[in-house]
Design a binder for this molecule. Sequence first.
Ligand code: SDX
Length: 393
Amino acid sequence: ATGLITLDDGYGNTGSCESAITFIDGEKGILRYRGVPIEDLAARSSFIETAELLIFGSLPDKEQRDEFRDLLTENSSLHRDMRKHFDGFPVNAHPMSILSSMINALQSYEPHQEFDDEAGFRRAAASLLAKTRTIAAASYKSHLGQPVTYPRYDLPYAENFLHMMFSVPYRDYEATPEVAHALNMFLVLHGDHEQNCSTSTVRMVASSQANLFASVSAGVNALWGRLHGGANMAVIEMLERINEGDLTAAEYVAKVKDKSSDVKLMGFGHRVYRNFDPRAKILKEAADSLLDSMHVTDPLLDIAREVEQIALADDYFTSRRLYPNVDFYSGIILRAIGIPKDMFTVLFGIGRTPGWIAHWKEVHDNPGQRIYRPRQIYTGEPLSEWVPQGERP
Ligand code: SDX
């Protein structure tokens, strides 16, 4: 499709493009990547296999899997001169600002950003996936004032990220199978989600024929907002506030219902899902089993369950079709793994990178693709004339 098509899903959402990547049925709570149900992928697939499904359109065979894994390994390290960019950030720089800046800076160091064949695209996709993980871990280490930990070439993607985050010169971090599975599942569940705000941003920028790195950097910035990817951090802050005794769960929910408070129930509601977000169901169970396997409890999980129970028994929320979304339980998992709160949205961004790459390629490959150029309804002043300064009211 080269023009814009208008679909209306009955909730006032109008469609703006065709895509073959992800299917969502908001009424039935269905989510499929390239036709494969999210439940199957979350339970049985690795993040990188899911990334290959999203980016290249099918589950990889062994040869494709090995070749892509080698590309990830070969492209995990940053150019030595990129360290200067890291050293330029203040120690308290938000990791999302570092992520979007460094992905944008990659254009200057990557030989792959302009490619004219599938092999070049595979290299660029592997490079961006690998380096997004390296940049994220390095931003955490820089924040701590610790030396950057280099990737190990014997570890799968998720385990390698945890190694780069938590290993120190005197002790290597080894992820338990349960922690590795929980992080893999988290990343798989964030892989793609149709025309959400950040992915639509990537498509918008891609439609001007901007390169992959510039387009994804724009997507990172869109994801940062509290109403989008920033919500996973806001949910934990909401639960912490209740846990600190500032408000009970019931009082917090009551505050949300009081329109004058302008307080939202973070992690609740979705523009498309109107009964439940399938990812929230999976993440709720995963949070439970991870904490059980670690033999730890988290008061915030108990509070999250209490808030959910109160809200779902209240027709203020059910009448507005507001249910837990992907962000409501995801932070509990990241907390249990030891990821600091201000890195939560970065983890969402790592998970969403395959989706952004796939959508960039879909726009890039679309024959006759036209630049996205939405129109508007003008609500400004009627025709008026220029008036000399001395005669202005
Ligand atoms: C993500 O699009 C995607 O696919 C996104 C995502 C992805 O994978 O990419 O799924 C990831 O961004 C999930 C959403 C994370 N954000 C939050 O959890 C923030 C809290 N949620 C809300 O801000 C809101 O629900 C949105 C942003 C998610 C959706 O906003 P909509 O569809 O514009 O909803 P709306 O503002 O039209 O709300 C309709 C009504 C309003 O009340 P009335 O005016 O009818 O009285 O519901 C109310 C809203 O005030 N409402 C909420 C609410 N969400 C909507 N009231 C309290 N708490 C909330 N969370």
